[in-house]
Design a protein around this ligand. Structure first.
Ligand SMILES: *[C@@H]1O[C@H](CO)[C@@H](O)[C@H](O)[C@H]1NC(C)=O
Ligand SMILES: *[C@@H]1O[C@H](CO)[C@@H](O)[C@H](O)[C@H]1NC(C)=O
Length: 762
């Protein structure tokens, strides 16, 4: 606002001056003007440039308009006029704008106007020449406005690191210099800063302050500070600060147990060791290292008692520290962890139960088993793997003892006789022994020992009786038991006894008449006994317990029984008698004779059982003799019609009960023989007839073998031969017939016969 007012005023003044000039009232009021003066460039405000006086006309009482610079050029604002008192004035610099020789006009023409109170004016020129002055060189770029910090990587080869930009206002050639002189930097004429060495962050200072001075030829200079920071790069191997290489831990530590704190440092980076990474190179599942802290811990089971630690109780690890997770510098260190044994295993026995056999009556002191041979404590250290045997117990353990707790030798101390009644008869003793660690915490195991007292076969079996007598009826059935022998074994437990017949069981006809049950001692008969042949059998039985045996004799008395029937001769006979034979006649003088192997000759009775029609025949005597005659007892009467039968077939029974009392007959056997008689009655008048030739019919004896029966096989053979001959004869007859009557019809018949024959055969 004020400027505008000033400008307006100046315009008005200029107008007035022009008016005055036109009106011609312009006079010399400004003494000493026009003139030329000088001023130094860049002069501060208030520097006096030129002084002059105003001379007013004699009529004037003073100055109406003070001397004023009326140029409209703004640069004239660099000057002003101030009163020095009275009518003295001077031109001074305002300092704004600063007069710069290099950029501004080198000369100013100031138009100065003045008017006195009478209206007279004057306008005159003051030429001010700006005088050049030598100035300080100036920095340009970043250096000019701030403190520049330059970063240099350590290890960088010496070279140009920065270009300083400076200029001289007078455009003179500038010289660069650098302080302090001791720093490893230099500056060239061009202003380029060079490093003169390769920096090692770990050895050298990390920061340098350089005072860069730029000087013009007149010695004017300017100085700026440049900071140089050396930047650390990862160029150093970390190193372990842990000096300990050998550690000891007990075995079987739980995972997480700290074994060692491995520490390391990185010369690159002393301040933050967290940038180090730890690892184990030789991979081992038993130990692990925390990658960040280097704490070495147990991570798996470490059993000193198992291989390979059992032999080599050391775990060797190659620990690596790296200053970068993947690429970087690394250092390795081998450490050894020695594993100490701990008493962590009880003694173990294989087997844990023992079975031993000892004969009864074994002498005290007999060695049974050395437990130490079977027991072992797998702990490694001798202090941990020692053990002892104690606490022998169990029912009957007083018969046994351990020789010493160390040896583990079990011996008998008593005698165990199984037959001793004082002995409970135990065959198996169950003993327990404790096998116990010598070292704390005294782990233990129990061993079971089963001792079987093996019975010894000390005694032979003994028969109840020294000899046995059995009485056996001769008719006892084959297979029947006739008695029993019994023997006992005094051994405990009793042995099984086997019975056998060792001598005398047979006879001429049978190898074995007697049989004995091997287990029960039952004596049975295998063949019929025959009193009539042998009245007494003596044989020897044996009782055996497989090892020892005893014998006893057995006498079998065969008891007589009427087991033989009367055998009479002839057993078949044909007789012819005349019809008028006198009563009482011994017919044809016929008689039978009987014998019985087990009966008295007087014991026979004779009966005619069948065919004795009208009782014409009797035997006399009818009892009490071994022979009896056939007697005609009554006359035949065919004429009277009493008799009609001309042929009699008599069946005669002969019993052997004549001497037996009536009471005995109820129980006793009565054997009966049979004789068959064929009697033909010859009517009158008679012609002598010959008896028809007949066969001898043999009654087969159902009885036992008889030495006199040698003829039986002979008879059978002869009979067979006879029959064959007869058949052959009949065959010849038939052939002859067929030859003589060979007609078609008969041929057909023949065929029929043949077919029938074949049919029958088929
Ligand atoms: C390892 O360091 C941990 C804690 O950092 C400490 O508890 C432990 O006792 C140290 N162990 C060893 C073996 O120095
Ligand atoms: C019959 O008995 C008598 C004695 O009583 C004897 O001499 C005779 O030999 C016997 N006859 C027969 C066939 O046994």
């Amino acid at each position: 606002m004020k400027d505008r007012v000033v400008k307006t005023m100046k315009s008005m003044l200029l107008f007035l001056i022009l008016l005055g000039v036109v009106s011609g009232r312009r006079t010399q009021l400004l003494e000493g003007l026009p003139a030329t003066s000088t001023v130094e460039e860049n002069s501060a405000a208030g520097v006096s440039v030129y002084s002059f006086n105003v001379t007013v006309s004699p009529l004037a009482s003073g100055v109406a308009v003070l001397p004023t610079i009326v140029n409209s050029n703004p640069l004239t604002e660099a000057f002003d006029i101030e009163s020095k008192g009275g009518l003295e004035f001077r031109v001074i610099t305002t300092g704004n704008p600063v007069l710069d020789y290099e950029t501004m006009p080198k000369s100013f023409d100031l138009q100065i106007f003045v008017e006195d109170t009478t209206g007279r004016t004057d306008l005159n020129t003051l030429t001010i020449q700006v005088i050049d002055k030598n100035e300080h060189p100036v920095f340009r770029g970043n250096v000019a406005i701030q403190t520049v910090t330059i970063y240099v990587l350590e290890g960088t080869p010496p070279g140009r690191i920065y270009q300083v930009d400076a200029a001289d206002p007078e455009n003179e050639r500038l010289k660069y210099s650098l302080l302090p002189a001791t720093v490893p930097f230099s500056i060239r004429e061009s202003g380029a800063i060079f490093s003169t060495k390769e920096f090692d962050y770990e050895k050298d200072p990390h920061c340098y302050f350089l005072n860069i001075t730029v000087t013009d030829p007149d010695g004017l200079n300017s100085t700026k500070t440049v900071t140089i920071n050396i930047i650390n790069i990862n160029d150093e191997r970390p190193y372990f600060t842990t000096k300990q290489r050998i550690y000891r831990i007990p075995e079987e530590q739980s995972p997480g147990t700290i074994v060692a704190n491995i520490t390391a440092k990185d010369p690159d980076d002393e301040d933050s060791p967290s940038r180090l990474f730890y690892s184990i190179q030789s991979s081992d599942s038993r130990l692990s290292i925390n990658p960040a802290t280097g704490v070495l811990q147990v991570s798996g089971r470490i059993d000193r008692d198992a291989l390979p630690l059992r032999l080599h109780p050391n775990i060797s690890l190659l620990v690596r520290v790296e200053d970068g997770p993947s690429s970087g510098h690394a250092a390795d260190m081998e450490i050894t962890v020695v594993i100490d044994d701990v008493n962590d295993n009880p003694p173990e026995c294989h087997p844990s139960d023992f079975r031993k056999e000892v004969n009864e009556n074994t002498t005290p002191g007999t060695f049974l088993v050395d437990l130490r041979n079977y027991c072992k404590d797998i702990d490694v250290d001798p202090s941990n793997n020692q053990f002892s045997f104690t606490g022998l117990s169990g029912f009957g353990s007083n018969n046994f003892a351990l020789e010493s707790t160390v040896s583990g030798r079990l011996v008998m101390t008593g005698t165990i006789d199984l037959e001793n009644p004082a002995n409970p008869g135990i065959e198996v003793y169950t003993l327990t022994v404790r096998v116990q660690d010598a070292a704390h915490p005294n782990y233990s195991n129990i061993i079971y020992i089963y001792i079987r007292i093996k019975p010894v076969n000390e005694f032979a079996p003994v028969f109840h009786n020294l000899s046995y007598v059995f009485s056996v009826s001769e008719i006892t059935k084959v297979g029947s038991s006739i008695g029993r022998v019994h023997a006992v074994d005094k051994d405990w437990p009793p042995n099984a006894i086997t019975y056998s017949i060792v001598a005398g069981a047979g006879n001429r006809d049978y190898t074995n008449i007697f049989w004995i049950s091997p287990t029960k001692g039952d004596v049975r008969i295998l063949a019929r006994l025959d009193y009539e042949t042998t009245q007494k059998h003596i044989f020897t039985v044996q009782a055996s317990d497989q090892e020892k045996s005893t014998t006893a004799s057995v006498t079998v008395n065969v008891l007589e029984v009427n087991d033989e029937e009367p055998v009479c001769s002839p057993s078949f006979f044909s007789l012819q008698i005349p019809v008028d034979l006198a009563v009482g006649t011994n017919i044809n003088g016929f008689r039978i004779e009987c014998q019985d192997r087990d009966s008295d000759p007087r014991s026979f009775c004779y009966f005619i059982n069948e065919g004795n029609e009208n009782s014409h025949f009797i035997f006399s005597p009818s009892a009490g003799s071994n022979t009896s005659r056939l007697i005609l007892a009554s006359r035949f009467d065919y004429e009277g019609g009493l008799d009609t039968n001309w042929i009699y077939s008599l069946r005669v029974h002969i019993t052997d009960d004549n001497l037996i009392s009536a009471r005995e007959k109820m129980t006793h056997l009565i054997k009966t023989g049979t004789v068959t008689l064929s009697i033909r009655v010859i009517p009158n008048p008679t012609t002598a007839t010959t008896t028809t030739p007949g066969f001898t019919v043999v009654t087969e004896r159902e009885n036992l073998f008889s030495p006199s029966a040698w003829y039986v096989p002979f008879t059978i053979t002869a009979g067979s031969a006879l029959l064959l001959g007869l058949l052959g004869y009949l065959g010849l007859l038939l052939l002859a017939r067929l030859r003589t009557h060979r007609t078609a019809l008969e041929n057909m018949k023949f065929v029929n016969y043949t077919l029938n024959l074949l049919f029958i055969t088929g």
